[in-house]
Design a protein around this ligand. Sequence first.
Ligand SMILES: NC(=O)c1ccc[n+]([C@@H]2O[C@H](COP(=O)([O-])OP(=O)(O)OC[C@H]3O[C@@H](n4cnc5c(N)ncnc54)[C@H](O)[C@@H]3O)[C@@H](O)[C@H]2O)c1
Length: 359
Amino acid sequence: MSKPRIRLGLIGYGRHGQGAVFPAIREARGIDLAAVADLSPDHLVKVPGPRVSTYLDYRRMIAHERLDAVYVATPVETHAGVVLAALGAGLHVITEKPMAASVAACRRMIAAATRARRLLVVDFELRYTPGVRQIRTWIAEGRLGRLGAIHIDHFWDGHKTTGPLAERRRRFCDSSGCLDCGIHRLDLPRYFNGGGSWRDIRATGSWFGEAVRYPTHIAIQARLDTGVLVTVNASFAFTAAIPQRLPGSNYEALAILGDRGVIVLHQAPNGSGQLQLVSESLSRVVPFERHGHSSVITRMLNDFAGAVRQGRPLPPEAATGEDGLQAQLITDEANRLAVETGDTFALKARKKKPSNAQR
Ligand SMILES: NC(=O)c1ccc[n+]([C@@H]2O[C@H](COP(=O)([O-])OP(=O)(O)OC[C@H]3O[C@@H](n4cnc5c(N)ncnc54)[C@H](O)[C@@H]3O)[C@@H](O)[C@H]2O)c1
């Protein structure tokens, strides 16, 4: 039987929860935000009332609120525990990316969702941006023929090495390096390809001298099991140590090659972009616009609410647990390989400094 509206709880009211997820839930169709849980009382006092209850303990929120679903926006290392508790209580779940801190945790989450027969959606919101959807449509229409190669660069101008977000940057770099953000781009080739599993992963990275666990700049090569060659370069190091920013905050490149056409992203110096399709059957240039987190998360929530309320199937834009797992798999393996290879840039930088004994 279809429900008129669903009751949703938000777990994690930090930067992303406050700035993107909360406003997105407020704009979504068919969703009542019943409650917010966060460990921090300072964050909870910022929850705009009056009809939203607040909890320091998300387990109490789940026990008391008669929820249908939760949205998890806590730090990655807590995702698995929170998601397993919610699924165990019979709730549908959307979790933020990265899905979890390990592939094993992703597998436990998928198994729990299957057992509970509940939805488990991962916020790979780029899938919901019109330009990205357009690329998938062209590919699905066969404009490119057989896909051969996908290349993506994403150099992010987000967190500086000093300033208010430096501590957050260090946390991200210790948990997944620049792939904490780059994981959105690692998800895209499978979305364009209509799924698939990763194989033949290779990677090398650079730390630009920062004392963090995983590289702040990484170059990855891999194949999907359909044979598509994928190359992704991701960076947090880009402009991180200099005060200037790039318009639009990113350097982005994208090129997709098939045996009957190509798609290319052209980025203008002001940060805007255009997508160009050149193929045997159609040639087009369309804008490739950026969208704020909130508007694309609202689109994902609308589909999620439709699936929970009316049992409608989720579209390919709503990333599943398997999508989250595959993204985690390539992230972990790329970071592992990069650590194994080391950083010749850092070695050279160290060699330049003679020790006191050598002077
Ligand atoms: N989709 C995107 O593009 C995007 C962008 C930014 C952040 N994120 C993701 O959102 C998540 C949160 O990131 P953030 O930047 O907001 O971090 P944050 O540290 O600013 O906020 C996390 C919040 O979770 C709370 N918290 C921690 N453990 C908790 C628990 N057990 N129960 C309840 N609350 C708990 C903290 O008190 C904090 O308020 C991360 O997974 C991050 O990767 C996604």
